[in-house]
Design a protein. Structure first.
Length: 287
């Protein structure tokens, strides 16, 4: 019989915000930023397709300021505010900067022409609430452009840990955070008040020599388990079995293992009277 080693009450918080900040503090300065660099570049490419200048921008969950620096170099940008819950991370960003949790935005309504975020919002338990706040901070016709991890991220790791823990310990506990699905993203944007919402995804696959190398990079990116209901430690036997399962199921011919990162790109505009409106559908007459 499958049992769960954790059965939290229904009202427990999804994420341990203190642990999440501590993980980001620990990752500051380690230089494991290949994924953030890659996704930040893709966000800038998408932004360059928009024939607009955005004088005042906010980079939400900025990490060490990779995306913020790219935004500051764009033509027409006057100021980029870097907001990040980890002070150790945000110290590396250029001024102006402040400590702020993406779930609690300390900005007045209609403050920014552009709000961006690179791989931070998947740590928001109340993602709809965060999207509503972001929409309010935008000036009319301001742009919201975000990249966050999606539901197929680390599917290989989920599988290996699930099977290993079940075999070694007779039950399972959560180790990889739940994330938004692509099919829900555009709906969430629309419900938050954004006009012309668009959501799409891209997949980035990295390879590693073994499971410990993957876990090392996840720690270095501040992406380790911060679920409130998490089990703090796994036994050596469970980790060893997980590594064996991972290599058998997801190894390649060169002795390396694959790790999938699904990146959701969310785009929306703060409402404005002059925006293009969708054409209404045909009227139906019922006899």
């Amino acid at each position: 019989m499958l049992t769960s080693r954790t059965n939290p009450p229904a009202d427990i918080a999804l994420f341990d915000r203190r642990a999440w900040r501590a993980h980001r503090d620990r990752a500051a300065g380690l230089g494991v930023d290949f994924l953030h660099l890659e996704v930040a570049g893709r966000l800038i490419d998408r932004l360059d397709l928009v024939n607009r200048e955005f004088p005042v921008a906010l980079d939400l969950g900025c990490g060490e300021g990779v995306l913020a620096r790219n935004l500051a170099e764009r033509r027409g940008t006057d100021i980029v505010v870097a907001a990040e819950p980890s002070w150790r991370m945000v110290k590396a960003a250029d001024a102006p900067k402040l400590c702020a949790d993406p779930e609690l935005l300390p900005f007045r309504d209609a403050s920014f022409d552009l709000v961006t975020s690179c791989l931070a919002l998947h740590w928001c338990a109340d993602l709809p609430g965060t999207l509503i706040q972001a929409c309010r901070t935008l000036k009319p016709d301001g742009l919201f452009l975000v990249a966050m991890l999606g539901g197929n991220t680390l599917i290989e790791l989920r599988t290996a840990l699930f099977e290993a823990e079940l075999a070694e310990e007779g039950g399972v506990s959560p180790h990889v955070s739940p994330t938004a699905e692509l099919g829900d993203a555009a709906v969430l944007l629309q419900r938050a008040g954004f006009a012309m919402p668009v959501a799409d995804s891209e997949t980035i696959t990295a390879t590693y020599p073994d499971l410990p190398a993957l876990l090392h990079d996840l720690r270095g990116m501040g992406e380790t388990n911060a679920l409130a209901a998490r089990q703090r430690f796994l036994s050596r036997a469970t980790l060893a079995r997980a590594g064996a399962i991972y290599a058998e199921r997801f190894g390649d011919g060169d002795g390396r293992i694959a790790a999938t990162f699904e990146v959701l790109f969310l785009t929306g505009w703060a409402p404005h009277p002059d925006q293009v409106k969708p054409r209404p559908g045909p009227r139906r007459r019922i006899a």
